[in-house]
Ligand binder design. Structure first.
Ligand code: UD1
Length: 417
C-alpha cells in the first residue's frame, strides 16, 4: 500500500526454515496459458502478491473465472472478450502474455500500451515479429496494438534475443496453431520450462523444452490440468543473499539449487556454505562477503532480477566488486538510495563498481520491485534504523516481506505514515 513503509533495525542474523512458493514469473504466464482451454486449470502453491492478483483481475475483466482456494488458483471459463482493459494493461507489463492466447482463441486482440513511449522503453517487437510469422496481422494503434488472425499457422521463428516473455507468448500462440512451429533462440529460464510443462499437461505437443530450439506440433484443442509451478528462484535468491550478508543458517523448502547455480558458484566460500537436501537447500554463513565480478544474462547466467540485491550485499565485501547489467539498460536506479545509506557505488554505463562500505540506517524509497528488495536486504545489516518507502513495488513480488524476514529473526515491521 502506498501509505506504508518498512522499518528495519539492522544487525540480526537469519535462522530457521521458510517455504518458497511458486514463482511469480511462472504463475503469470500460466494465468494467460489457462485461457487456451475453457476447462479448469489449477495452479498450486501461489504467493499472495499484487502482480498475481492484478493478473487475476485482468482475467476477471475478460469475464473468465478465477478464484483462490487457499494457495491454489483455479482458472476456467470460455474466452470471448478480446480487449485487454486499458486500466490494467498499462499498469502491468505481464498483460503482454495474453496477446498470444487471446489471439489464438478469438482471432483478434487489442492491447493498450498507454503513453506511447512505454512501448519504446519496454519493446515488444520480438513478441510481435513472432506473431506475424504465425500469420497475425499487426496494426499499430496510437495507444497500443491490434493483432488479427483467423487461424494462426505454424512457421519457423528466429528470436533475435532469448526474451523470456516472447518465448512464452509464442509457445502459447503455437500450441493451437495449424501445423508445426519451430522457435529458434528461445529463453531457457526454469519458468519457461514450467509453463511448457503445464501446456503439455493440457495436451500440447512440445519438444525441446528447456533448450534453445523448441518445436511445437499444433493440436486441435487443450484440456484442463493441475500444475505445481517451479519455486521462485528470485525470492529464494533474495533470502540466500540476505543470509550471506547478515550471517545465519536458513533452510529454503522447495528451492531448486540448480536454478541458482551461477550465483551460488560465486557466493560459496569458506564463509558461506550451501547444502542441497531432499526438501530444498540450506545455506549457512558467517556474515563475511567476498568481493566478486559478475554479469547478469539470460539463464543459466546470473539473473538480472537478483542484480540489485547482490549489489547491495557487495557493499560489505572486503574489496572492490564489479556487477555488470547485461539484460536491461536501466537497472541501477536503486543505487542512489543505497548511497544515502553509505554505499560506495559508482555506476559506469552498464557496470556498478562497488567498494567496501559501512551502511547506516536512512530513509530510502523503492522505485521498483527488485531494487526495493535490495534496499530491504541492505537495511537488515545497516547500523541503526532504515525506513523503506515505496513498499507497493516490493509487494508485487514478495508476499509480506516483513513476515518472511521477521520469521527468520530479522527486526522488520510494516508501518503506516
Ligand atoms: C521476464 C521477467 C523479468 C526478468 C526478465 C529477464 C516475467 C513476468 N518477467 O521479463 O522478471 O527480469 O524476464 O529475465 O517473467 N526485449 C526486446 N524486445 C522484446 C522483448 C524483450 O527488446 O520484444 C528486451 C528487453 O527490453 C530486455 C531483454 O529483451 O532488455 C529481456 O527481456 P525479456 O526476457 O523479454 O523480459 P520479460 O519477459 O519482460
Amino acid at each position: 500500500m502506498k501509505n506504508e513503509y518498512l522499518e528495519i533495525i539492522g544487525g540480526n542474523g537469519l535462522f530457521g526454515k521458510t517455504e518458497v512458493y511458486s514463482a511469480k514469473n511462472a504463475v503469470l504466464p500460466m494465468l494467460a496459458g489457462a485461457m487456451l482451454t475453457s476447462e479448469q486449470v489449477t495452479i498450486k502453491n501461489c504467493p499472495h502478491i499484487s502482480d498475481i492478483q492484478n493478473m487475476c483481475r485482468i482475467r476477471d475483466l475478460l469475464s473468465l473465472e478465477t478464484h483462490w482456494n487457499g494457495r491454489d488458483i483455479v482458472a476456467g471459463g470460455k474466452l470471448v472478450e478480446n480487449h485487454i482493459p486499458e486500466s490494467l494493461s498499462g499498469a502491468m507489463r505481464s498483460s503482454v502474455f495474453m496477446l498470444g492466447p487471446i489471439l489464438s482463441i478469438t482471432g483478434e486482440v487489442k492491447l493498450h500500451t498507454p503513453g506511447g513511449c512505454k512501448i519504446g522503453s519496454r519493446p515488444i517487437d520480438i513478441h510481435l515479429q513472432g506473431l506475424e510469422k504465425l500469420g497475425a496481422k499487426i496494426t499499430p494503434l496510437n495507444d497500443g496494438v491490434l493483432c488479427r488472425a483467423d487461424k494462426l499457422v505454424g512457421n519457423e521463428i528466429v528470436l533475435r534475443y532469448p526474451s523470456v516473455g516472447a518465448t512464452e507468448n509464442l509457445i502459447m500462440s503455437a500450441v493451437l496453431a495449424k501445423g508445426n512451429t519451430t522457435i529458434i533462440g528461445t529463453a531457457r529460464e526454469p519458468e519457461v520450462v514450467s509453463l511448457c510443462r503445464l501446456l503439455v499437461a493440457m495436451g500440447a505437443k512440445i519438444e525441446g523444452i528447456g533448450t534453445s530450439v523448441v518445436k511445437i506440433k499444433g493440436v486441435e484443442g487443450l484440456s484442463g490440468a493441475t500444475i505445481t509451478p517451479v519455486a521462485d528462484r528470485i525470492v529464494a535468491g533474495t533470502i540466500i543473499l540476505a543470509t550471506a550478508l547478515v550471517g545465519g543458517r536458513v533452510t529454503l523448502i522447495g528451492c531448486n539449487p540448480e536454478h541458482l547455480g551461477a550465483m551460488m558458484t560465486k557466493l560459496v566460500s569458506k564463509h558461506f556454505l550451501a547444502i542441497d537436501d531432499s526438501c530444498g537447500m540450506t545455506v549457512e554463513g558467517d556474515g563475511v562477503v567476498e568481493p566478486m565480478e559478475i554479469a547478469s544474462g539470460p539463464y543459466p547466467k546470473f539473473p538480472t532480477d537478483l542484480q540489485p540485491i547482490l549489489t547491495a550485499i557487495l557493499t560489505y565485501a572486503n574489496g572492490r566488486s564489479v556487477v555488470e547489467e547485461k539484460v536491461f539498460e536501466n537497472r541501477f536506479s536503486y543505487v542512489s538510495e543505497l548511497t544515502k545509506m553509505g554505499g560506495k557505488i559508482a555506476v559506469e554505463k552498464d557496470k556498478a563498481i562497488v567498494d567496501k562500505s559501512e551502511l547506516f540506517g536512512a530513509e530510502v524509497t523503492a522505485e521498483d520491485l527488485r531494487g526495493g528488495a535490495g534496499l530491504v536486504v541492505a537495511g537488515l545489516k545497516a547500523v541503526g534504523v532504515t525506513k523503506v518507502k515505496g513498499v507497493e513495488h516490493i509487494d508485487r513480488g514478495y508476499e509480506k516481506i516483513e513476515y518472511l524476514f521477521s520469521s527468520l529473526g530479522a527486526k522488520i515491521t510494516r508501518k503506516k505514515f
